[in-house]
Design a protein around this ligand. Structure first.
Ligand code: SF4
Length: 391
């Protein structure tokens, strides 16, 4: 890792029209949004981070507006953050600028505004194209509206669009899932993210789901969803470059791939988090992580009074950082390069984690191919379980 490694910028927009019952993101419903104040807080944070030695002189490779619902924000706010980031940091010539959009909040003129602001890539949260499923998910849009949003985005000039879809919904059949997936493929997006619904603790869904007997797919059916999704998307010409992410050749999401490659990132906005590798005098192989105050009003108050809104930070020592980097990197189809790992952490993968990884290699869930360690098809469903062994 050197100071020339590219940097990622994440910008959190914490508002939604309605809180979906399965959602555990930092999203809040408000009658009124003080966008001017929120924009000012984002710009203040950005300026503060640009002065920090761990980030100075680094090139921004991507900016990602996530939420919440970033498509609720005025395009002027999006433009001001992009302009300030470009002014305060160096940027790569092919910088990727993504904005997440909810189909219930956008039309062609919104999309045109975001395009003009400098957004180059959209990620549209379809989740499903089945109206019954969308209603159960408590989404604010129908399948037709979702298709309309995609068409409007194309008309506004977006040539790089991701569609988010979700499978494994209660009582969902494979046929129903395939119908949504096929309709999404028919739109010919450049990228698809297909995740299994997970019931996160402390969501409304977690409380409700206990009242329904076995509504979610069992492990066998969940595996069938995973493998059938990969098979269908491969047939349609999409490359699986991560467990849940598929793209046309060369059009993966560089921002998310940067997280899996353990790159440094700055997070600004309510609840955003960031991370940097220790460099210079601190070069001990570890990393520092931080996260911001989650409540939007308290976040803005804090930035206004002290210039930042860090709620917590922690230092991960080398072995913990190495475990995290390995676990995240194994989500990628290409896995983790032992040469990169050795240069970054000063020790090889086998030396540090040989005992923990041995059973996975014996069961053929992990495999070495040349310099790279990666999951096999049989190992894909167990990516998260590996983390329990490493930490
Ligand atoms: S739209 Fe997305 S961020 Fe907002 S509540 Fe629903 S799932 Fe959460």
């Amino acid at each position: 890792m050197t100071t020339t490694d590219p940097l990622l910028l994440y910008v959190h927009i914490p508002y939604c029209v309605h809180k979906c019952h399965y959602c555990d993101f930092n999203s809040h419903v408000r009658d009124h949004h003080d966008w001017d104040a929120y924009q000012q807080a984002l710009l203040t944070e950005l300026e503060q981070w640009s002065k920090q030695p761990q980030f100075s002189g680094r090139q921004l490779q991507s900016i990602f507006f996530g939420g919440g619902t970033p498509s609720l924000a005025p395009s002027a706010l999006i433009a001001s953050v992009i302009d300030a980031a470009s002014y305060l940091f160096k940027t790569t010539s092919d910088i990727e600028i993504t904005l997440e959009a909810n189909p219930g909040t956008v039309d062609q003129s919104h999309f045109a505004g975001f395009r003009q602001a400098g957004v180059s890539r959209l990620s549209i949260g379809l989740q499903s194209l089945n109206d019954g499923e969308l209603k159960w998910l408590q989404r604010i849009h129908s399948g037709e509206q979702a298709i309309g949003a995609f068409t409007a985005a194309r008309e506004a000039g977006f040539e790089n669009i991701n569609l988010d879809l979700m499978y494994g919904l209660p009582d969902q059949t494979m046929e129903e899932w395939m119908e949504s997936l096929n309709r999404a493929i028919d739109l010919n997006p450049e990228h698809l993210s297909c995740y299994q619904l997970t019931v996160e603790a402390h969501t409304k869904l977690a409380a409700e789901i206990d009242k329904v007997p076995d509504p979610l797919p069992d492990d066998d059916l969940a595996l069938q969803f995973l493998y059938k999704t990969r098979e269908r998307l491969a047939e349609a010409g999409y490359e699986a470059y991560e467990i849940s992410n598929f793209s046309r050749p060369g059009l993966k999401c560089h921002h998310n791939d940067g997280y899996w490659l353990y790159r440094d990132y700055i997070g600004i906005g309510a609840g955003a988090s960031g991370k940097w590798d220790h460099l210079g005098e601190m070069a001990d192989g570890g990393v520092t992580r931080y996260s911001n105050i989650r409540n939007p009003e308290k976040y803005m108050e804090s930035v206004e009074s002290v210039g930042s809104a860090i709620n917590s930070d922690e230092v991960l020592l080398r072995d913990t950082a190495a475990a995290e980097a390995l676990w995240q990197g194994l989500r990628r189809t290409g896995g983790v390069s032992d040469q990169w790992f050795s240069e970054r952490f000063g020790v090889g993968i086998q030396t540090l984690f040989g005992d923990e990884l041995a059973p996975w290699l014996e069961r053929h869930q992990l495999i070495w191919e040349g310099d790279r360690l990666h999951l096999t098809d049989e190992g894909l469903p167990f990516a998260d379980s590996i983390s329990e062994e490493l930490f």
